[in-house]
Ligand binder design. Structure first.
Ligand SMILES: [Zn+2]
Length: 324
C-alpha cells in the first residue's frame, strides 16, 4: 500500500512537471512550433507510391510502361507545386539499332535559386532479371520494386514536404532514363540518361550550378542498411559524410558510417563529367537484385520513411559550397 501511495505521488509529480513544461512551451510559441512544424514524411504513403508504380508493370526505356510512369509523375509533381520539365534525347536500341526516345524528368523547386542541390534516381527498369537463380526466369518480365520504383516513390513522398521547408539551396529532383537498358552486360552501355544530363551540364551550362548531389537506388529493402559507398567517398567525401552525419543525429541506425561496396551507378557521370560531387545511397545487399522477386513484398515502408526523413533534414543543413 505504501508503495502504491508513493507511486501515485511520483506519478502526480511527473504530471505536474509535464504540465509546467507544456505551459512554458506554449508561452514560447516560436520554440514550440519550430520543433512541431518540421514535416515528417509518411512511410506508408511512400510505400503506396511504390506499389502504384509497380502496378504499371515493367518500365523499360522507350516502352509504354515508361511513358505511363512518366505521365503519372508529371501530374503528381505539377499538382504539388513543382515545375516539371523533360530533357529528351535519342539512343539506338542495343538489340535492334532502332531509335529509342529517352527522357530525363526534371522537377524543380524554388526555381529562382541559382545554387542548387540535385536529388536523383533512375526510373527505368532493366529489360530482364538477369540474376534470377532460375535460368528460365531470366527472360520473363522484371518489375523492379526496389531497383527502380523505390527511388521514385521516395521523391513522390518528399514532394509533399518540399514546399514546407526552407532548404539551404534550390532543389531539383532528376529522374534518369536508361540507367540499364542492358540486354548484354558486356556489350551494352549503362547510365545513358545520367551521362546525357552530365554532358549537357558541362557543354551547355545552365544559369544555375549544382553545389552537390545525392543519388538513391534500392532504398526499400526489408533489411535496409546503407554503408558509405566507395566511389562516393572518392569523389564526394564531404557530401557523403554530411548525409550520414544527419542520419546519426536523427538516430537513423540503418545508415552505417562504414565503407562497404564499390558501386558503378548514375553518380559516376555526375562526378566525372559534370563535376558535381554526388553521393550514392544504395543498399547493395539486396538478395533479390535483378531477380523476379524484386517485387513490393520484398520491400517495406520503413526505410522509405527513414531515407525521406534524412534527406529532408539534410536539405536544410547542406554544408557551404566551398566545403564540398
Ligand atoms: Zn539494376
Amino acid at each position: 500500500m505504501q508503495v502504491f501511495r508513493s507511486y501515485r505521488r511520483v506519478r502526480r509529480s511527473v504530471w505536474m512537471i509535464r504540465t509546467a513544461v507544456a505551459a512554458l512551451l506554449l508561452a514560447l510559441p516560436g520554440a514550440a512550433t519550430a520543433a512541431d512544424a518540421f514535416p515528417k514524411p509518411d512511410a506508408e504513403r511512400a510505400f503506396s507510391y511504390l506499389k502504384q508504380i509497380c502496378e504499371i508493370g515493367p518500365r523499360i526505356s522507350g516502352t509504354e510502361g515508361m511513358i505511363r510512369q512518366r505521365e503519372l509523375l508529371q501530374k503528381h509533381f505539377a499538382e504539388l507545386g513543382a515545375e516539371v520539365g523533360l530533357q529528351e534525347f535519342d539512343v539506338s536500341h542495343p538489340e535492334t539499332g532502332a531509335p529509342v526516345r529517352m527522357a530525363n524528368l526534371i522537377v524543380t523547386w524554388h526555381p529562382e535559386a541559382k545554387q542548387r542541390v540535385l536529388l536523383c534516381c533512375h526510373y527505368d527498369t532493366r529489360p530482364f532479371p538477369d540474376q534470377d537463380p532460375l535460368p528460365a526466369n531470366r527472360t520473363k518480365p522484371f518489375i523492379g520494386a526496389n531497383d527502380g520504383a523505390s527511388g521514385v516513390a521516395l521523391y513522390m513522398e518528399l514532394a509533399h514536404h518540399l514546399p514546407k521547408i526552407q532548404p539551404t539551396y534550390g532543389v531539383d529532383f532528376v529522374f534518369f532514363d536508361g540507367e540499364e537498358l542492358v540486354y548484354d552486360n558486356s556489350r551494352d552501355k549503362y547510365f545513358l540518361g545520367s551521362e546525357h544530363f552530365a554532358t549537357e551540364y558541362r557543354d551547355n551550362p545552365p544559369e544555375h550550378t549544382y553545389v552537390c548531389g545525392v543519388l538513391v537506388d534500392m532504398v526499400a529493402d526489408r533489411d535496409f542498411r546503407v554503408f558509405y559507398e566507395k566511389n562516393s567517398l572518392r569523389y564526394a567525401p564531404e557530401v557523403t559524410r554530411s548525409v550520414w552525419r544527419t542520419a546519426a543525429r536523427l538516430r537513423v541506425r540503418s545508415f552505417v558510417a562504414r565503407r562497404k561496396h564499390e558501386v558503378r551507378d548514375d553518380h559516376l557521370p555526375l562526378n566525372r563529367i559534370a563535376k558535381i560531387p554526388t553521393t550514392d545511397i544504395i543498399d547493395f545487399d539486396f538478395p533479390y537484385w535483378h531477380t523476379r522477386n524484386d517485387i513490393p513484398a520484398a520491400c517495406s515502408p520503413k526505410p522509405l520513411g527513414e531515407v525521406a526523413r534524412v534527406l529532408l533534414t539534410w536539405l536544410t543543413e547542406v554544408p557551404a559550397a566551398e566545403d564540398l
